[in-house]
Design a binder for this molecule. Structure first.
Ligand code: PLP
Length: 381
């Protein structure tokens, strides 16, 4: 049978006939850390779970198919997927990263810089001149994040990948915010795609995981080698659970996105809102780019309030003040003091991560209830 391409089909059919013992429809959890050998020279396909795991392989195949990629390394967090990507570089290699990237990416790059392992250049990747100038500094890896977290700024992925290739640099795109259901960076020229599967791919706020997807056999082999050597792979249990959560990914994304648009439109008309950042709004400044590289605007909205974010964020009863995203429950956070607190204040200011900013990950609740709850936040200002 040819490989399915429809996202619904991929998530519904993954591993359905993979239980050789009882022919269960839902794939079992092969929790064993180790597997029997026939003889000292007869290494089985699955020998030790840090190296290879049937549950991890099932999940990896499904994520690779969703991204339109050949290979996927499933890791134990989004950050270990990031580290795994950076381990592919020579010591001291220059990494060109967005000045408004996810705070954990910023922290990791800076930590590795302090040890002399990478040389990060943080630039506004929407500034053509700055990007082109930075690229001349022997850049080995271009780190893309589109849309950015928390400001939902888009980067022209195909253009930046082509520029990176022209100087022999690899590109990685963090696709966590949109999921493969809304953007497929490999098709736009990226060499690697990163996911924090902790977020929408699992979707149930109950585990950590990551994924690193590629099309290049050699690169994938090196990635698998390092995942094993450094112990960065995801556990069998988390892989099993993530595949279970992923069964509903296309449905969840569609519903969350529909609600996000309603909330963004409502927020845009609110007198206590200074600005709304959401790629689905008519007023979004990069609409053409949304059309060119995304198949939908996603479920993340950020907005600036006129008043105290602390008062606003504490008032809702349904919406929770917490720092993850992509799950079933709507969460808000104040990036300046929460997700991006690892970024020095000057870097936050330069990236536009100001104290009045609220990031909202829209979940599966009903839109009207969420609007009622946001109103409670505004009433508290
Ligand atoms: N990338 C993005 C865009 C994120 O938002 C996060 C976490 O919030 C990560 C990567 C890191 O993922 P994890 O928390 O699974 O390590």
């Amino acid at each position: 049978m040819s490989k399915p391409e429809g996202h619904g089909t991929i998530v519904a059919s993954a591993g359905v006939t993979d239980d050789p013992t009882y022919r269960g429809v839902a794939p079992p959890l092969w929790a064993s850390d180790t597997f029997e050998w026939d003889g000292p020279e007869d290494k089985p396909d699955y020998d030790y779970s840090r190296t290879v795991s049937p549950n991890r392989d099932l999940l990896a195949r499904a994520i690779a198919e969703l991204e339109g990629g050949k290979h996927c390394a499933v890791t134990n967090s989004g950050q270990s997927a990031a580290l795994l990507a950076l381990l592919q570089l020579e010591p001291g290699a220059t990494v060109l990263a967005p000045h408004d990237c996810y705070g954990g990416t910023y922290r990791l790059l800076q930590g590795l810089e302090r040890k002399g392992l990478v040389r990060p250049l943080f630039v506004d990747q929407n500034d053509d001149d700055m990007f082109a100038m930075a690229l001349q500094q022997d850049v080995r890896l271009v780190w893309l994040e589109s849309p950015s977290n928390p400001l939902l700024r888009l980067v022209p992925i195909a253009q930046r990948c082509a520029q990176a290739k022209s100087v022999g640099a690899l590109t990685i795109c963090d696709n966590t915010l949109l999921t493969p259901c809304r953007q497929q960076p490999l098709k736009l020229g990226a060499d690697l795609v990163l996911h924090s599967t902790t977020k929408a791919i699992n979707g149930h706020n109950d585990l950590f995981g990551g994924a690193l997807i590629s099309n290049d056999d050699g690169l994938a082999e090196q990635i698998a080698w390092w995942a094993n050597a450094a112990g960065l792979s995801g556990s069998a249990y988390d892989s099993w659970q993530t595949l279970r959560g992923m069964r509903t990914l296309p449905l969840r994304v569609a519903r969350q996105e529909e609600t996000a648009l309603k909330l963004a439109q409502w927020l845009e008309g609110h007198p206590q809102v200074a600005a709304v950042h959401y790629p689905g709004l008519e007023s979004f400044p990069q609409r053409a780019l949304v059309e060119a590289q995304q198949s939908g605007p996603g479920f993340m909205v950020s907005f600036r309030v006129n008043g105290s974010v602390a008062l606003f964020a504490k008032a809702p009863e349904l919406i929770t003040l917490a720092s993850s995203l992509g799950g079933f429950a709507t969460l808000v956070c104040t990036p300046a003091s929460m997700t991006h607190r690892g970024m020095p204040p000057e870097a936050q200011a330069e990236a536009g991560i100001t104290p009045d900013l609220i990031r909202m990950s829209v979940g599966l609740e009903d839109a009207d209830d969420l609007i009622g709850d946001l109103s409670r936040g505004f009433a508290a200002l």
